[in-house]
Structure formats: structure tokens, C-alpha cells
Design a protein around this ligand. Structure first.
Ligand code: MLT
Length: 411
């Protein structure tokens, strides 16, 4: 008999964004003429920049000739890309990394979901709440979270670190010992950030407790305030305790092209039950080379072009375009009396739903009355109840139209 992994049976409903898509499709069937504006899933809408497209074309031509054709990429990625990443994203901020500490992959979603595999099954996991659902669901699938309680919307063995307007979205250190800590800054979904001093508390906690921080920096390119850290390795001691995830999806429009990277410094350790220290880099390398066969050469050349002078100039323009959308959303909603957060160092705007509406009621109201799709905050965790997320990744025209429509809805 083929037994199933029963942890899968404990998962509530479907993946958040699949759930939303289902609701929107049902609405579309009933209202085929409705002009629906989607500011729900954080997917980009502008095309890849010319520098990237040119590099992809050149690489495609290379693949057409026997002399320049490439088969399997190294599982960890090509040196030409890794070298640019280290120089541009780390050395420029005073952070030293060696090439074998960077792993090219097809996405931060898969890496953040897969990284838990190299950790033991009885580690205690902590997440900020609300949170990107992938960290939670992947640990639930591995059996690390106990049972899901549908009344509280919580997993019995997961430590939730509430981030709400009441604490300025700054998570407090846990009151029990935790081993794996997921932090995402700039934050998805709240769009908020932590200062170096606030992050340092987490690094110190991890060092004292031999814990590991899984730091998702997928949105770092959206930071506009100079004092906000772009990498956790800007914090002293972080290279002993933190793994960092980065992506080309949000900074360079690779959501459909797929390229990302993960940094696992050799100095980050996990422990055996008998207390022996083990390099997580070696474990991740083993996992990555066993289960992954590298990102397409063509795509890695496209990602490399992001670091060219032209590429940098072009992606900055795209980011500025989305951040202008963020401003339009933030200021538009605030002027209509809604309480808004984020959107300054992040493409996400997090808003408090008006009196009398929970997250899903607000979702339905916007869909029905404004034909605008956002993401219900409670879909990101229990502390997201009463909040709602909009993304700045739409077109300018749609963003302006969506905000005008929302402003005209009576709540
Ligand atoms: C989101 O909407 O939170 C993102 O699109 C999710 C992702 O990047 O996978």
C-alpha cells in the first residue's frame, strides 16, 4: 500500500493565491463584462528590460551553434553570474562572500520552501504573522508544525510573532526558544521594514540560541530610505546565523523567466543531536545538486545583464515606475480616510479594513463594487485579519483607475 504523507491532509484549503483566483473566476463567469483590475498577487506587469532581452537573444544564438552550445549548467549556477552577484549585491556593501556560498536557482519561492529540508523534523519554527504562506505550508508538509486549528487559524507547534499596527509591525523576540526563524524584509505582505538595530536583535537572539534566520530579501530593490539594510549580512554576526534569499523576479521582472539565488555562508551552522556543528552550506549543496539541475544558460545570461550599466539603469526606471504606483495607492487611499502602511520601501500597500469589514468581506466588497482584486490579509495569517494587501505591480492606468474606483465605494 502506498501511504501518503498525511501532513498534506492537515493543510487548510488551497494555496492562498489559488483560492483568490478561484473566487475571481467565479465572479467573472457571473459578470463576463466586468473590467476586473488585479492588484492581488505580486506579479509584475512591465516587460523584461532591453538589456536583459538582448542578452537572452545572444545566449539563444549561442545555443544554436555546436561550438557555443551548453548542456547542463553547474547546479549551483555559472561563475559569470555568481561573480556579478557577489560584486554588485554584496562587496558594494562591504560584505565578502566566496563563490561557493551563492546558489543560483529558479526562484526564492522554491528555495524558501525547500530550505527546511536540511533541518531536523523537531525544530521549533517561528514566523512573523502575517507571513508569506510558503514558509508555513512547506514546514507543515514536513510535519514540523503539529496540527492546524481552524478556529484560531494557527498551527499548534508554530510560533507566531504578531506584526500589527499596534506594535508598528515590529516583531517581538519569542518568549520561548525557537530554532528556525523566517524573516522577510522589506516585508511581504505588510510592506514594512526593520532598521539595522531591530534586525540586530534577531541576529543576537539567533547567536545566543544557536538558531538560524531564514532571511527573504526578495524585495530589497524597493528600499528607498538609505538607512534601511538591503542584506541581513549588513548586521554584525549575521554571517554566523543567517541564510539569505534573493530573486530577480521583483527587481527585474523575472517572475515568468525564473531566476533567483540563495546565500548560505559556510560559517552558518546547524547541529547534530549530539551537539556537533555541521556546515549548512554543505547540506544545501548536497540537496541542490541532487534535486536541481541548474537554471537555463539563457536565463542566467539574462540575469547577468541586470548587472550591466544599461541593465541597472533600465531596472531602476521600472522600479521607480512601480514605486510611483505605490505612492498613488498609498496617498489615494489615505486621502479617502483608510489607514495605510508600507509602500515606501516596498511594492506592497497594507491597509486596515474599514470598521465592520473583515479581510474577506472587504475582498468581496472591492470585487463586487469596484471590480478590484486585492489579497485578504487573513490569508497571510491570523494577525492579518482586518487588513488587506494591494500591490503596486499593475500598470499605471489600472492603478489610477483602481484607486478612483475604491475611493468611490461607500463602506
Ligand atoms: C505575492 O503576491 O505574495 C507574491 O507574488 C508571491 C510570490 O512571489 O511567490
Amino acid at each position: 500500500m502506498a501511504y501518503v504523507n498525511e501532513n498534506y491532509l492537515k493543510l487548510p484549503g488551497s494555496y492562498l493565491f489559488a483560492n483568490i483566483a478561484r473566487k475571481v473566476n467565479a465572479f467573472k463567469q457571473e459578470h463576463p463584462d466586468a473590467d476586473i483590475i488585479r492588484l492581488g498577487i505580486g506579479d509584475v506587469t512591465l516587460p523584461l528590460v532591453p538589456a536583459v532581452i538582448e542578452a537572452i537573444h545572444r545566449a539563444t544564438d549561442e545555443m544554436a551553434k555546436a561550438e557555443t552550445f551548453r548542456g547542463y549548467s553547474p547546479e549551483q549556477g555559472y561563475d559569470f553570474l555568481i561573480e556579478k552577484i557577489i560584486r554588485h549585491d554584496y562587496n558594494s556593501r562591504g560584505i565578502e562572500l566566496s563563490k561557493d556560498e551563492v546558489f543560483i536557482s529558479d526562484g526564492a519561492k522554491s528555495d524558501t520552501a525547500n530550505m527546511q529540508e536540511i533541518f531536523g523534523p523537531d525544530n521549533v519554527v517561528a514566523v512573523t504573522d502575517p507571513v508569506y504562506p510558503v514558509y508555513v505550508d512547506s514546514n507543515a508538509m514536513a510535519g514540523r508544525l503539529g496540527d492546524y486549528d481552524s478556529k484560531t487559524g494557527k498551527w499548534t507547534n508554530l510560533v507566531y510573532l504578531p506584526c500589527t499596527a499596534e506594535n508598528n509591525f515590529i516583531p517581538a523576540l519569542p518568549d520561548k526558544k525557537v530554532d528556525m526563524i523566517y524573516l522577510c524584509y522589506p516585508n511581504n505582505p505588510t510592506g514594512t521594514t526593520l532598521t539595522k538595530e531591530q534586525l540586530k536583535e534577531w541576529v543576537d537572539y539567533a547567536r545566543e540560541n544557536k538558531a538560524v534566520i531564514l532571511f527573504d530579501a526578495a524585495y530589497e530593490a524597493y528600499i528607498t530610505q538609505p538607512e534601511i539594510p538591503h542584506s541581513i549580512y549588513e548586521i554584525e554576526g549575521a554571517k554566523e546565523v543567517a541564510i539569505e534569499f534573493r530573486s530577480f523576479s521583483k527587481n527585474a521582472g523575472f517572475t515568468g523567466t525564473r531566476c533567483a539565488y540563495t546565500v548560505v555562508p559556510k560559517s552558518v551552522k546547524g547541529y547534530t543531536k549530539s551537539g556537533e556543528a555541521v556546515e549548512l552550506n554543505a547540506l544545501w549543496n548536497r540537496r541542490h545538486s541532487t534535486k536541481f539541475n541548474g537554471v537555463a544558460y539563457i536565463v542566467q545570461r539574462g540575469a547577468e545583464a541586470v548587472y550591466s550599466e544599461e541593465g541597472q539603469r533600465q531596472i531602476r526606471e521600472v522600479i521607480a515606475y512601480y514605486m510611483e504606483n505605490a505612492r498613488i495607492i498609498r496617498e489615494g487611499l489615505a486621502s479617502s480616510g483608510l489607514k495605510v502602511f508600507g509602500g515606501v520601501n516596498s511594492p506592497y500597500i497594507w491597509l486596515k479594513t474599514p470598521e465592520g469589514y473583515d479581510s474577506w468581506q472587504f475582498f468581496d466588497k472591492l470585487l463586487n463594487n469596484a471590480h478590484v482584486v486585492g489579497t485578504p490579509g487573513v490569508g497571510f495569517g491570523p494577525s492579518g485579519e482586518g487588513y488587506f494587501r494591494l500591490t503596486a505591480f499593475g500598470s499605471r492606468e489600472n492603478t489610477v483607475k483602481a484607486i478612483e474606483r475604491i475611493k468611490s465605494v461607500r463602506f
